[in-house]
Write a protein that binds this ligand. Sequence first.
Ligand code: NAD
Length: 492
Amino acid sequence: MQSKLFINGDWVAASSGAMFDVVDPSDNSVVHQVARGGTEDIDAAVKAARAAFDNGPWPRMSGAERAIILRKMGDEIAARTDELARMEVLDNGKPLPEAVWDIEDTAGVFHFYADLAEQLDNDADEEVDLGTDGFTSKAVKEPVGVAGAIIPWNFPMLMASWKVAPALAAGCAMVLKPSEVTSLTALELGVIATKAGLPAGVLNIVTGFGPEAGQPLTEHPGVDKLAFTGSVPTGSRIMTTAAKDVKTVSLELGGKSPLVVFADTPISEAVEWIMFGIFWNQGEVCSATSRVLIEAPIYDAVIARLAEEAKKIKIGHGLEDGVLLGPLVNKSQHEKVLAAIAKGKSEGARVVSGGGIPAGFEQGCFVEPTILADAPLDSWVWNEEIFGPVVCVRPFDTEAEAIELANRSEYGLAAAVMSADTERAERVARAFRAGIVWINCSQPTFTQAPWGGYKKSGIGRELGVWGLNNYLETKQITTWDRSRPWGWYLKE
Ligand code: NAD
């Protein structure tokens, strides 16, 4: 496991010499230490990226040449799937099969953007029809420059790949600041990049805390673009800081996503997707469908079955066979989620299942899968992101009411609808004010499809071609036909 910062192709200690703990949330034991990067380290990393971008080979290579290196990175990640997944379990707590999924997806993201890098060789220039004699014009795509990427802890390596792979495909150089809560797999990207032959300085990784390492990265004048995934308050602060230098910003923020279940949905299907929508990854998922609206005729039946099934979920260490719910990521998140449940109860929500620390799991950051029914519409628990295995359910009577309640939120990241009536499902899907909408499922995420939020859930889109465009500038090149006279000043 790496413990130093990756700057200009070298592994270096933090300039202060400081380190911080990596903690296994299943028992809160310290398993490793990593460098605590700060302002000087960020400055060195940005300068390395600046030099790599301004004078180095990476942005000047063809897309096909960059694709070779990106593909090698994807291959290496795939080859190390089991090892990286176990590292993710240790650091984040998630069950091993989910961590394996993450790493497989991470490799897939590198392979996908390798293909897009190659396509850029053909697609980078687009003729523009000016409709004016004598002028020809084209729009040319170029890398945006040095990108600063700041990521959260819920899918540590996957979230890194959503930024690193498209930025590198576009020809950018970058500085990645992983979450201080989960540094391990992001650091491995430095090892993987070196092995794949990525030129020094193109990717720099500085571990450390938000105010100490994240803030100086957002403030650094050598950064052209900031890409952030995390909470709304941090995103808002980053946008405010970026405004000073008018840096380009993309933000993937939080959510309180609705899942609307119509009564023509078979109960078992509804229960399966409600559970997947909130208990997968311990509910530490930005797009988790944490507000479930169920049509009145099946409300009681769905809740009863949900409660029954939630109690069967195997809780435990992520490496234990058959575990479907690991610990939350750390003590602070554990306390936040328990406090949210207590708040929900005090606001009048009815605990249908769970609601506390599971018996026998007091040593780690475990929370029972929790179902809260009938929280008031204006309550905190119904409206705010909990980021844990806690779902709020309420009944509805009409389609119009369901849409109105679903959209009554400051967030707009994701939404889902379940119905056997395909026309209705499509109608509701289009009525949602959210950037990601699922019909008859909740959560499956594909590298090819756009990802991002409306309203307070963010700005811009990641993944697919949209993710690549985040790291591209568009330049106009217009040419005048010199064989024609212009003669505005010189009347020759
Ligand atoms: P967070 O905002 O606390 O931290 C995210 C990152 O920002 C971390 O790396 C942190 O060190 C850094 N940071 C903190 N303060 C900073 C500052 N002042 N300047 C610069 N950087 C700073 O979020 P979190 O708790 O790590 O993650 C959970 C949040 O992320 C949830 O709200 C979740 O919904 C959101 N999220 C969104 C998506 C998405 O795609 N929309 C995906 C995953 C998580």
